[in-house]
Structure formats: structure tokens, C-alpha cells
Design a protein around this ligand. Structure first.
Ligand code: SF4
Length: 378
């Protein structure tokens, strides 16, 4: 599925964020008009914020803010929200027909995980993304069920992180907000306290803990003292009644102590609301570190079973993400979720004949290149 495209821009001097429409008679002129049939007179006289067209050549001059020569617009639905860059880049920020919309806050990170799916970029993108996201949040439908906040590490936005969450609470009070953070920043109590002041009962923080042993966690995230900072951060957040989810990525480095980690979570973090065990994504840094990380999911069934059943028996809410049903023992199927966002979700050709196709979450598109050798249709 396409989520970004590019054309040639004209008269666009700063980032534009807006809802799209295919309807030239749309009364709301804050919309961005999309067309495959460029009509110069209609477009020139319209008052839309901008126009995007697949038309290849512009033979007329125009004052209209315009992106032309865009390969396709078919992926955009009425009321989707996009951003247009001065260079003609068109990013889909919010899809009305999806339950899995996410806001990118920064590509900077203070960790450098061996299996990072979106390796950090050291460039100052905070102010630009903050401005784009503030506008985006104001445009998101008020009945939006859930929105994700991701990075990079969102807390590296500093004060803007809290401003953004405050803005979400005001604009989208009914929306569940799921923030992905490594939690290290909250080792500073004042920052956890600040989050507590926002007091959004719909806010949850998804924080990774990869081992009960600090050296293994620190190695996986490639950051000294990360384990202690994360655990302290989680405790500080709990002090201010923040809702927490622990995320554990399953690979060769986390599997050997998985049961111990489950026991560590129960003993030291019993207040967490949810623990998610997540299959490895074959993208970003993972292909480069594959020898350190790869273990066939079929071969860690026993460890995963022990960890999941232990936490569940202690009444902790547990899920398994990113893992096909055919590599899980049947008693774990009740924990398996269809967790992969639709635009990056795929299946192998043999899945077409599988009786469990509708219940199975399948694979990441990029995991079609690297997947369990035990995938077998029911
Ligand atoms: S064969 Fe495909 S659809 Fe069936 S359980 Fe395995 S991954 Fe899922």
C-alpha cells in the first residue's frame, strides 16, 4: 500500500497539511483538491488550499499551489489527511478507513536497538514535525478510536512532547492514545510528574524491556544504563498513575531468559496493564544483525509458552503480536492478535489455501523474505 508519493511542486513555499477531496464542488476551501483530469479554468478559479494532479505537463502558468506529475492518487480517499512538502513530497498522515494511524514525532533516538525497524536519523526534525502534527491533530475526526505516537523517541521532543499530548487531550478527548517510548527519559521524576499533570486516562505508554538482566537489555538497545533508566522510568510513571504496556521483541538474544523476564515483570512491575510479545521485523537494522538475532519462531515455542502462560496465570493481560498461528502452539492462539497494520501486512502464497487465513495475523510484508520454515496451511 502506498503511503507516500511525489510530484513536481509549484508555488508551495511551506509545508501544507490538509484533508483531501475529490469533489470540485466541495464548499470547504481548506481542503486539498485531487484530480486525475486537470481542468485549468476550474482549478485556477477554485479556492482550495492546494491542488494535486496526475497531469504530467503544465502548459499554463498558474498562481495556484499545485503538485503535478504525481504517479498515482488512487491510494487517497475522501477526507484522508496529507502533508505536502515544498519539494512535492506527499505524505499520508491519516487514513479515514484505517484503525492504525500513527503520528511520527521525531526520527531521533537515544537508543540504537539492534533490531530497530526505523533506524534513527540525527537531524533536527522536531519543530517541523511538531507544527505538522499540531495541524494534523486538529483535523483528525473526533470519533477516531485510537492514535499511535511513535518515533524515534518521542520524549526527545522535550517540552513539545507534553504540548503535543495536551493538544491531543483537548482535541481528541475520546481517542485512545498509545505512545511508543523507550521510557528512559522518565527516569527523571519531574518528567513523569509532568505527564501525570496531563491526566489523560486514555493515554498508554508502550515501553520495551528485553531482559531481566541489565547487560543483555543494554546490549540489545546499544545504550549503557538503559535498563536501569527504563525500569526507574516505569516506576516513576506508575507513581503518577500512568498506564503502561511492556513490549518484548522475540529474538535470539531475548529468548533464553524469556521466562525469567516474565517473572521479573510479575515481581517488579506487577502494575503494568499489558505485556506484548512481538515477532521480529525483517527491516531496518535487523537484516544487518540477522546472525545475532534470528531464531525461527517455531523453535522458541516452549519459552514463549512458559512466559505467556506464567503471566496469564498471574492475571496479567498478555498478547502475542506479529506471529502467524501455524508457528504457535494451539493453546497460545487465544493470545495471538492481528497486530500488523494493513499497509504492511501480507501472507505467503500457500496461505491462500489455509483454513485459518481469516483469524491469522500473517506477516510483515518485509518478512516475506525472512520467515519461519514451518509456515504450513491448515
Ligand atoms: S499458513 Fe498462512 S494463514 Fe495459515 S496460519 Fe500459517 S501464516 Fe497464517
Amino acid at each position: 500500500m502506498i503511503i507516500r508519493t511525489k510530484g513536481k511542486s509549484k508555488n508551495i513555499e511551506s509545508h501544507i497539511v490538509g484533508k483531501v477531496t475529490w469533489d470540485i464542488s466541495n464548499e470547504n476551501k481548506e481542503f486539498i483538491f485531487l484530480t486525475n483530469n486537470f481542468d485549468f479554468d476550474l482549478v485556477q478559479n477554485s479556492k482550495f488550499t492546494a491542488v494535486i494532479t496526475t497531469e504530467k505537463n503544465l502548459i499554463f502558468d498558474t498562481n495556484q499551489k499545485l503538485v503535478y506529475n504525481v504517479p498515482t492518487l488512487g491510494h487517497l480517499n475522501e477526507n484522508d489527511i496529507i502533508s505536502i512538502g515544498t519539494d512535492g513530497n506527499i505524505n499520508t498522515l491519516y487514513r479515514v478507513n484505517s484503525f492504525q494511524n500513527s503520528i511520527l514525532t521525531t526520527e531521533r533516538c537515544n537508543s540504537n536497538c539492534l533490531m530497530c525497524s526505523q533506524p534513527p536519523k540525527d537531524r533536527d526534525d522536531v519543530s517541523l514535525l511538531f507544527d505538522v502534527n499540531k495541524k494534523l491533530i486538529s483535523l483528525i475526526p473526533k470519533d477516531c478510536f485510537e492514535i499511535g505516537i511513535s518515533g524515534g523517541e518521542p520524549t526527545l521532543m522535550g517540552d513539545k512532547f507534553f504540548d503535543l499530548l495536551e493538544h491531543i487531550k483537548n482535541e481528541l478527548p475520546e481517542t485512545e492514545v498509545h505512545v511508543l517510548t523507550n521510557g528512559r527519559t522518565f527516569a527523571w521524576n519531574s518528567l513523569a510528574e509532568k505527564l501525570g499533570y496531563i491526566n489523560n486516562p486514555r493515554l498508554m505508554l508502550g515501553i520495551p524491556v528485553y531482559s531481566d538482566y541489565y547487560q543483555i537489555h543494554d546490549h540489545i538497545v546499544q545504550a549503557e544504563n538503559a535498563f536501569y533508566q527504563t525500569i526507574l522510568g516505569i516506576h516513576n510513571l506508575a507513581r503518577y498513575n500512568q498506564r503502561i504496556e511492556i513490549r518484548v521483541v522475540l529474538h535470539k538474544l531475548s529468548i533464553p531468559r524469556l521466562t525469567r523476564l516474565a517473572k521479573y515483570i510479575y515481581k517488579n512491575l506487577p502494575f503494568v496493564e499489558h505485556v506484548a510479545f512481538m515477532g521480529l521485523e525483517y527491516i531496518g537494522y535487523t537484516p544487518h544483525n540477522i546472525n545475532q538475532l534470528w531464531i525461527d519462531p517455531f523453535d522458541y515455542q516452549m519459552e514463549l509458552n512458559d512466559a505467556v502462560e506464567f503471566l496469564s496465570s498471574q492475571s496479567i493481560n498478555v498478547s502475542i503480536y506479529n506471529t502467524p498461528l501455524c508457528v504457535l502452539p494451539e493453546n497460545l492462539w487465544r493470545f495471538a492478535r492481528k497486530s500488523i497494520s494493513d499497509w504492511k501486512n501480507d501472507y505467503l502464497p500457500e496461505c491462500a489455501n489455509c483454513l485459518k487465513l481469516n483469524e491469522c495475523g500473517g506477516l510483515f510484508t518485509w518478512n516475506l523474505k525472512k520467515h519461519s520454515e514451518h509456515i504450513k496451511p491448515y
